[in-house]
Design a binder for this molecule. Structure first.
Ligand code: BDR
Ligand code: CA
Length: 310
C-alpha cells in the first residue's frame, strides 16, 4: 500500500525535487500540496509549486496556499539562495495546474478526513501552516501518521551560527510542532549536507533526457551557483527531497531518537534546534533526528522518480 502524503513547501529549488520525488515514486501517493512563505513570498512559492507539477505533467493533485508570514515574525525570503522569484535559473512557464480555492489548513483537513489511512505530513519549509493546522484542528491529530520535516541542525546553521533557515523563519511554529507529541522526524543540515549536487549528479539527471530533467538541471545549476557565492559550496546540498525519500524507504537515513528544543529567544541563537544527541538532559525524546544518508540510494530514488515524469 502506498503511503499517503501531503507536502507543505516553499519552492524553492530543492522543494521542487521533493515534489517530483513524491509524484514519481509509487511507494507514496501525493494527496495534496500546500504552500508557505519561506524561500520566497507566498505568491511566488505557490506559483512555483504549480509550475513544478506542470513541468512534470502531474495532474489532479490539489495545490492550496497557506501563510505568507510566520506566526509572530516578519518573513525574510531566501533570495540569496533561490533568487528573487524563489526559483531562479530556468524560464518559468505559466502553470496549468490550478490553484485550489481552499486555504492550506482547509485542504489538509479535507484530505485527512477523506483518507482511509492516516496521512504523513511532509513540511519542507517553515512550519507555519503545520502549526496553524494543529492549533485549529486538534480533532484531526489522530489522522496524522507522522511528520517528516526538513529543518534544523544538530550542529551549525545556515542563517547564523546555529539556526537553519526553516527553523529560523518561524521558530514559534517549530516549537509548537516539536511540543505536539506527534511522531516527528527531523531532517537537518547535518544530514542534508550529505546530499551534495556534484557534477556527476547533474550529468546523471541530464541523461534522463525528459522535460522534467532538463528543467531540473537548470534549477540545479542556478542552485549550485548561488551556494557557491553564498557559502563557498559549488556542490549545493539538495535538502528537501530527503524527507520524501524517508517516507519511501526509511533505510535511506539512520536516525537517533532524542529530545529537541527550539530556541525562540536566544540573543545569538534564535531559531536554533537544541538537539540533545547524547541525552544530557534526560528529557522525553520528541523526535527521530536523521544522522546519516545512504547517498547513492538517495540519488537513485531521485533519478528514478524524475524518469517517470514528463
Ligand atoms: C532549507 O531552506 C530552504 O532554503 C531550502 O528549501 C530548505 O528547505 C534549508 O535550510
Ligand atoms: Ca524548502
Amino acid at each position: 500500500m502506498p503511503v499517503p502524503v501531503i507536502i507543505d513547501c516553499d519552492p524553492g529549488h530543492d522543494d521542487v525535487f521533493a515534489l517530483w520525488l513524491a509524484a514519481g515514486n509509487p511507494a507514496v501517493t501525493l494527496l495534496g500540496v500546500t504552500t508557505v512563505g519561506g524561500n520566497g513570498r507566498l505568491d511566488h512559492t505557490t506559483t512555483n509549486a504549480r509550475i513544478a507539477l506542470t513541468v512534470a505533467g502531474v495532474e489532479g493533485v490539489p495545490v492550496a496556499a497557506g501563510a505568507d508570514e510566520p506566526l509572530q515574525r516578519e518573513l525574510t525570503p531566501a533570495t540569496w539562495i533561490h533568487g528573487d522569484n524563489a526559483l531562479g535559473g530556468p524560464v518559468l512557464p505559466e502553470p496549468t495546474v490550478p490553484l485550489d480555492p481552499r486555504g492550506a489548513v482547509e485542504l489538509i483537513s479535507d484530505l485527512l478526513e477523506a483518507s482511509p489511512e492516516p496521512v504523513t505530513l511532509i513540511p519542507t519549509g517553515p512550519l507555519t501552516n503545520i502549526a496553524t493546522f494543529l492549533q485549529r484542528r486538534p480533532d484531526l491529530r489522530g489522522r496524522i501518521a507522522e511528520i517528516i520535516w526538513m529543518g534544523g541542525s544538530t550542529g551549525r546553521g545556515n542563517v547564523g551560527a546555529y539556526p537553519e533557515f526553516n527553523a529560523w523563519v518561524d521558530p514559534e511554529a517549530a516549537d509548537l510542532v516539536f511540543k505536539s507529541g506527534l511522531p516527528l522526524t527531523m531532517v537537518g543540515l547535518n544530514v542534508s549536507h550529505q546530499a551534495l549536487v556534484t557534477e556527476q549528479v547533474i550529468e546523471s539527471i541530464q541523461r534522463i533526457g525528459n522535460e522534467t530533467s532538463a528543467f531540473g538541471v537548470e534549477l540545479l545549476r542556478f542552485f549550485c551557483g548561488a551556494y557557491d557565492v553564498a557559502e563557498g559550496m559549488p556542490e549545493a546540498p539538495l535538502h528537501d527531497p530527503i524527507t520524501v525519500a524517508i517516507a519511501i524507504d526509511r533505510a535511506v537515513t539512520t536516525v537517533r531518537r532524542c529530545h529537541v528544543d527550539i530556541e525562540t529567544k536566544g540573543e545569538f541563537t534564535s531559531g536554533a534546534t537544541a538537539v540533545d544527541l547524547h541525552d544530557m538532559l534526560g528529557k522525553e525524546p520528541n523526535a527521530d533526528v536523521a544522522l546519516t544518508l545512504d547517498v547513492p540510494r538517495f540519488w537513485q530514488l531521485v533519478r528514478e522518480a524524475v524518469a517517470t515524469l514528463r
